[in-house]
Design a protein around this ligand. Structure first.
Ligand code: ADP
Ligand code: TZD
Ligand code: MG
Length: 570
């Protein structure tokens, strides 16, 4: 594509160098919203055979890039315009960093000379400075000959060690900069071994095995880092050889099937309280695990073994008696070979008690999942969807909301790794459509997105994107008419309560507006029929699932985190 120039021979420019640098590193999918100065970059990427998916809002393109990183171990790329587009993408970049997903936000930017003197350029903003505290690394490229190095640094920073978000600032001027084509080609860098294995120290493995050997009531907790690591067979072998019950965190569900005899998913309270040794694999002791202490963890003294690639994660909340620092694949392999053939499984008093609790909780739940009430409650509706995932275990489940999230997480069994994608560490509403789109694009598998009506609203316009690319995505909106419940009342004035939406809304018509299929489902049977039809056809579908406005509770399962006013409760 380079222009001919009589004196210097072939030329290239910033646009083409960016494209070639990405392609050289096997990055072929871009999630973007066009505009000055990156419209042509997107066009040229498409012309050069890259897949460029345009969204209606950068935040959703960003969430798509973030989850693409989680699914593929390659940085997902979000491409935006300057200032407002950049800021719209930044929430997703921070989300990716918080969740340890590799992602690169590439934003065009205005003229450095004008921005730095604050002279009011078009979409002026010092984007590099703003991005820095919100991501793992931030770089700006000023010269075309540095594009290769800039992109190589961004890739390496995103995927090596603990993965995270990287910001790459590309000023408008850079894209138009011209240089000699062969010098340009030579300036490109193919990143070798972008995420090198990090072997654990042998003595850390020995220490961990000794702690595990001394356990009477051991527990393994698998986090989304374990799902990210793609060491599925080794992790399964470790769990099965050790004989230790395991608890999957939300996005680690399916790493081993939730129906596995060692799964303690349905006995969470029991195993957190009663265990004496806990081995964390790619899971942090943050709020989602009550920081490893307090009521949820009971009074029995506990020892923690912690496997993570990030050394500073050790002792972050409680003392870790056996830190194992390295990549999960290598650490799990080393533990397995250290266990040898004479490994003693935990006492059956412990594994039996866990199994008994799991079985009784599962049995107690079962009849509630079979009700065919209309309007639906969460159990009836999710019971129907649970069966669909059981019959279609390779479908990807996307999930957000409050009650819609918490009930779906506990009710729907997952059978394969990396099939459950949700709100992550921050519990962000709005990840739904970007996540569903990237899941379909990156894997080619059918996607079922189970969305609270509030959660869906944050990214609902992307149903047009789903229709435009004709993606096999079935969105089910759990329509209870509000946030947590649709029944709140305002005790003063005419406005409706702060948590309440328009009654009897028909979200299915949004999908129909763009040529997709809409259904209105008022019972679990109708829901089941509609979703099965969608999954069979692969057509973009939205099912408006009418949920009893009274069925939910405040903040789902985390109502305890709400501060309480002691002064007045109206
Ligand atoms: P969850 O929310 O599921 O408990 P977290 O996001 O809290 O999971 O924890 C994921 C952890 O996994 C992070 O501490 C991260 O450093 C770690 N991690 C990610 N990838 C790897 C890997 N390949 N090897 C080791 N640790 C990893
Ligand atoms: N904004 C963002 C970006 N993330 C958030 N988590 C919230 C606001 C607060 N929030 C929750 O934590 S859950 C939720 C909000 C607004 C919506 C819950 O309502 P829903 O689900 O309709 O999605 P249910 O089934 O009605 O509980
Ligand atoms: Mg709702």
């Amino acid at each position: 594509m380079a222009e001919e120039n009589e004196e210097t021979g072939a030329l290239t420019d910033g646009f083409h160098l960016v494209i070639e640098a990405l392609k050289l590193n096997d990055i072929n999918t871009i999630y973007n919203v066009p505009g000055i100065p990156i419209t042509d970059l997107g066009r040229m990427m498409q012309a050069e055979g890259m897949r460029v998916l345009s969204f209606r809002h950068e935040q959703n393109a960003g969430y798509a890039a973030a989850i693409a990183g989680f699914l593929t171990q390659k940085p997902g790329i979000c491409l935006t315009v300057s200032a407002p587009g950049f800021l719209n993408g930044l929430t997703a970049l921070a989300h990716a960093t918080t969740n340890c997903f590799p992602m690169i936000l590439i934003s065009g930017s205005s003229e450095r000379e004008i921005v730095d003197l604050q002279q009011g350029d078009y979409e002026e903003m010092d984007q590099l400075a703003i991005a820095k505290p919100l991501c793992k690394a931030a770089y700006r490229v000023l010269h075309a000959e540095d594009i290769g190095i800039g992109i190589a640094r961004a890739i390496r920073a995103a995927v090596s060690g603990r993965p995270g978000g990287v910001y790459l600032d590309l000023p408008a001027k850079l894209l138009g900069q011209v240089m000699d084509q062969s010098a340009g080609e030579q300036s490109l860098v193919k990143v070798i071994d972008a995420a090198p294995r990090q072997l654990p120290a042998p003595d850390s493995i020995e220490r961990a095995l000794n702690v595990l050997k001394g356990a009477e009531r051991p527990l393994i907790i698998l986090g989304k880092g374990a799902a990210y690591a793609q060491a599925d067979n080794a992790i399964r072998a470790l769990v099965e050889t050790s004989g230790i019950p395991y608890l999957p965190m939300s996005m680690a569900k399916g790493l081993l099937p939730d129906t596995h005899p060692q799964s303690a998913g349905a006995a969470r309270s029991l195993v957190l309280k009663e265990s004496d040794v806990v081995m964390l694999i790619g899971a942090r002791l943050n709020w989602l695990l009550s920081h490893g202490k307090g009521k949820a963890w009971g009074t029995a003294p506990k020892k923690f073994v912690h496997i993570d690639i990030e050394p500073r994660e050790m002792d972050s909340n409680v003392e870790i008696v056996a830190p194992v620092v390295g990549d999960i694949g290598s650490c799990v392999d080393a533990l397995l070979s250290g266990m040898g053939n004479d490994w003693k499984v935990p006492p059956s008093t412990w594994t039996g008690a866990v199994k008994e609790k799991v079985d009784s909780n599962v049995a107690r739940m079962a009849p509630r999942l079979q009700n065919n009430n209309g309007p639906m409650d969460y159990h009836g509706a999710l019971g129907a969807l649970r069966t669909i995932i059981k019959e279609r275990p390779d479908a990807i489940l996307v999930n957000e909301g409050a009650n819609t999230l918490d009930f779906a997480r506990s009710i729907i069994d997952m059978y394969q790794p990396r099939k459950r994608l949700d709100v992550g560490t921050w519990g962000v509403m709005g990840v739904g459509m970007g996540t569903a789109i990237a899941a379909a694009v990156e894997t080619g598998k059918p996607v079922l997105a189970i969305e609270g009506d509030s959660a869906f609203g944050f990214s609902g316009m992307e149903v047009e994107t789903i229709c435009r690319y004709n993606l096999p995505v079935c969105v089910v909106v759990f329509n209870n008419g509000g946030i947590y419940r649709g029944t709140d009342e305002n005790s003063a004035g005419d406005d409706v309560a702060t948590t309440v939406f328009v009654k009897d809304a028909r979200y299915d018509k949004m999908m129909e507006a763009f040529g997709g299929v809409g259904f209105n489902a008022t019972s679990p049977n109708e829901l089941s029929q509609a979703v099965n039809a969608a999954m069979d056809s692969g057509k973009p579908t939205l099912v408006n699932a009418v949920i009893d406005a009274e069925a939910g509770t405040e903040s789902g399962r985390i109502g305890n985190l709400n501060p309480q006013s002691v002064v007045a409760k109206k």
